[in-house]
Unconditional design. Structure first.
Length: 282
């Protein structure tokens, strides 16, 4: 059953995310996008001029609702990203992306999350242009954009975004050094999708994940969006059979009815290595 074939989805995007999201939604769902002109920066910016209020999922919903209202459509889609230390691998930067779909006809919301270490996310305080040079390769400049502003920031209008040219970078740093009360500049990677190909790729991968799920119907009521909703821990130890903290199976469920099924782990593991056992290794 193709629930969304030929339907329009309002997509909240200011930075060309539809370029990597639409192909997957068109392939798996047969939809078209309506991308209304809305300023999603009013809900927060990576560079800090506008503080993001609420968590990433809250902001994604606000974006989607704005797009739905502007386009007068019952279906909405929006993404939001967060960047910082990897939640499982210390000292490794990560990109955590959320993609949220809203279906007001059926009265449900569904989101998927993807955490990736494929990011150039970084930031530094610098005192002169020479300190920038060792950072440019890690920042993937100039294929990826940079942001420069005064380190001691009094006027938030003094900020230079989307820098992908070395001359422009030099000028931006000079102006930021001069405008900063401490004589230093703040350099960071521009994480907006349209100037960050690494992030754009992650968003595309997440779009395929969500589109596939929306194309999967509930075995019980045939509603769209059937997929993994939880994990059940307790994978038994290979030696003593005691339950461990590792995932034993996935719980798949419906977005509308209460039907659930337990599914085997994706790696098909049925026993945990002894090193993960709290009984064998107290």
């Amino acid at each position: 059953m193709f629930h969304y074939q030929g339907q329009q989805i309002a997509f909240a995007s200011k930075h060309s995310k539809e370029d990597v999201v639409l192909p997957h939604f068109k392939k798996y769902l047969g939809v078209v996008f309506n991308v209304p002109c809305i300023d999603t920066d009013t809900l927060g910016t990576f560079s800090g001029e506008v503080e993001r209020l609420g968590n990433a999922l809250d902001v994604a919903e606000k974006k989607a609702r704005l797009a739905m209202k502007a386009a007068d459509l019952p279906y909405g889609l929006a993404s939001e990203g967060s960047f910082g230390p990897h939640p499982y691998i210390p000292f490794l930067p990560s990109d955590q992306e959320i993609l949220l779909f809203i279906d007001d006809k059926r009265q449900f919301k569904l989101h998927e999350i993807l955490i990736s270490d494929k990011t150039n996310f970084m930031h530094r305080c610098i005192a002169n242009y020479d300190e920038v040079r060792p950072l440019l390769e890690a920042a993937l400049f100039p294929s990826h954009g940079l942001i420069v502003r005064p380190n001691s920031w009094t006027d938030k209008k003094i900020i230079f975004k989307g820098i992908r040219d070395e001359n422009e970078l030099r000028v931006s740093i000079t102006k930021s050094l001069a405008a900063s009360r401490d004589g230093k500049a703040w350099l960071e990677t521009d994480m907006r999708a349209n100037v960050n190909p690494s992030r754009m790729k992650v968003i595309g991968e997440l779009a395929e994940k969500l589109a596939k799920r929306l194309a999967t119907n509930c075995p019980s009521c045939s509603a769209p969006g059937w997929g993994c909703t939880n994990f059940e821990k307790g994978l038994p130890c290979e030696y003593c059979e005691s339950p461990t903290e590792l995932v034993a199976f996935e719980v798949h469920g419906c977005v509308l009815c209460e039907y659930i099924e337990n599914k085997q782990r994706k790696d098909c593991a049925t026993r945990a290595e002894q090193k993960y056992c709290g009984v064998c290794n107290p």
